[in-house]
Design a binder for this molecule. Structure first.
Ligand SMILES: Nc1ncnc2c1ncn2[C@@H]1O[C@H](COP(=O)(O)OP(=O)(O)OP(=O)(O)O)[C@@H](O)[C@H]1O
Ligand SMILES: [Mg+2]
Length: 482
């Protein structure tokens, strides 16, 4: 029996099945106070399921959870434990202080008189701890996504949480905001809190964690101190299918004919923007949040119309496919299957062929793309809603692949996907270009730029800077760009 005051978290033989699908196959864990754990594993491995069981969202099929030696059904109602999911659980229409007070027992002065001032002071102190220099009266809706995540961390700390469990809180944040969140979690760990963080980003693991756990197919397969690990060692721990992310074929492309041009395009604060996409070439653009990076992508796609200037297409009925930046909200249809979600945009193609061809063709195409992207579960009849976060992203990517258009507009193409899929996506993008497509990658991830693009440029001050061949740039120059 442990000291009940300790915060050692133990998980013993935890199993979980959804129907006949066993997603967790007996997980064992011991995590001590002050540890900063990085929890990694491929898309669909069971990371979020484990966290949802700890939070009490799902019930385990069997197994035990203990905190400081006490057996609990979940940690969901334990004051000492805070969960930060991607959906942060904050209310946009309320101020920071009001969000802090949400769900907290009110601080009272005398009887029914609430001590608002004490609440505000402690909220302000917590904001300071995560490095946010904002008034507690700021409306949540006025904050950037990165600031909102920091508010969620600050709120957890304000509530005195000794254990912070964080599921991919940085995956949708631009690098600098993500960095702020990681630093504040590291500060919490340094002050004695336990942090368990799920991430696909190797740099975050190396920078902040003290121990790495890897889940593969519902089993905990690796448990190693971070100290002494490097990027290559982490990739080695994670890879199921061996493909080298940087082993990309550099064969020069036959055609470099212009396919689509933005000429003197203005949109809101952007402009004038000049950009030419060529067949067989991958162009990368990057920039800070608010730079208009994704707006340029949407202008290329035709989703946004320029206020001034023109978008010139090399031929009539040029086809385009978009992978949108906010797939969490602009992504899939929850109740439809993987196959239906993928086939949506390509329906016309199959319909045209439907007299000769049959659904069978569509099925084969979807199955091929699903397997190229290692979508899990492998059955394309699986409902979209039950997919893991990364697998949802892959379905949306697969939808664009199936369209096989002249121009691919890919916003944040590797957001939320695991290390193996990332290299597979890079390989697919190169293949698209080799097949003659013009590709635009709009990304805030430096690795996307140097792994897959031919030429890259930064969006800053409303302008697109000059495109430069990636081969002329060093990695650190590229990292500085984003
Ligand atoms: N409510 C549910 N019903 C049925 N199956 C589910 C449900 N929730 C999750 N699953 C399945 O459990 C498996 C593990 O999913 P989970 O979300 O835990 O993966 P993950 O490791 O978090 O992946 P990612 O890195 O993509 O977020 C997946 O195959 C998923 O389809
Ligand atoms: Mg997940």
């Amino acid at each position: 029996m442990q000291d009940p005051g300790s915060h050692t978290l133990e998980v013993d033989g935890l199993r979980k099945s959804f129907g006949s699908n066993e997603v967790l196959k007996g997980i064992n864990l011991t995590i001590r106070s002050g540890e900063f754990i990085g929890l990694m594993g491929p898309n669909g491995a069971g990371k979020s399921t484990l966290i949802k069981i700890l939070a009490g969202v799902y019930q385990a099929s069997s197994g035990q959870i203990r905190l400081g030696g006490r057996t609990l059904t979940s940690l969901g109602d334990t004051e000492d434990v805070a969960f930060i999911h991607q959906d942060l659980g904050l209310v946009d229409a309320l101020t920071i202080a009001e969000n802090f007070a949400l769900g907290n027992p009110p601080q009272r002065l005398f009887g029914p008189i609430l001590n608002k001032r004490a609440e505000r002071t402690s909220a302000a102190r917590a904001l300071g701890l995560v490095g946010l220099d904002l008034s507690v009266d700021t409306l949540l809706s006025d904050l950037t996504p990165g600031q909102k995540t920091l508010v969620a961390v600050a709120r957890a700390m304000d509530r005195g949480a000794r254990i912070l469990i964080v599921d991919e809180a940085t995956s949708t944040l631009p690098p600098r905001d993500a960095q702020g969140v990681i630093l504040s979690l590291a500060a919490a760990a340094a002050a004695g809190a336990t942090v368990v963080m799920v991430t696909h980003k190797l740099s975050e693991i190396l920078e902040a964690t003290s121990r790495v756990l890897v889940i593969l197919d519902g089993e905990m397969v690796r448990d190693a101190p971070t100290h002494g690990l490097d990027r290559a060692a982490l990739v080695e721990m994670l890879m199921q299918h061996e493909s080298d992310p940087h082993n990309l074929d550099d064969a020069s492309h036959q055609t470099r004919d212009p396919v689509l041009e933005l000429r003197g395009v203005h949109f809101e604060d952007l402009g004038p923007i000049d950009l030419t996409l060529n067949a067989g070439e991958v162009i990368g653009i990057s920039g800070l949040p608010g730079s208009g990076l994704h707006d340029i992508a949407l202008l290329v796609n035709g989703t946004l119309k320029p206020h001034k200037g023109e978008v010139v297409e090399s031929r009539p009925r040029l086809t385009r496919a978009l992978v949108p930046p906010h797939r969490e909200s602009q992504g899939g249809f929850g109740e439809l299957s993987i196959r239906e979600n993928m086939a949506l945009s390509a329906l016309g193609r199959w319909r045209r062929l439907s007299r000769v061809l049959k659904p069978r063709r569509e099925e084969l195409d979807c199955a091929r793309v699903a397997s190229e992207l290692s979508i899990k579960p492998a059955s394309i009849d699986t409902t979209f809603d039950i997919l893991s976060g990364g697998n949802k992203q892959k379905v949306i990517f697969g939808r664009a692949l199936l369209l096989n258009p002249d121009v691919f507009v890919l916003c944040e193409p590797t957001r939320g996907v695991d290390v193996g899929t990332r290299s597979e996506i890079y390989r697919l993008i190169r293949e698209l270009a080799r097949g003659g497509a013009a590709v635009l990658v709009a990304s805030s991830d430096a690795e996307d730029l140097f792994s897959v693009c031919d030429r890259v440029a930064l969006v800053a001050d409303g302008r697109l800077q000059q495109l430069r061949p990636v081969s002329e740039l060093s990695t650190s120059e590229l990292e500085l760009m984003v």
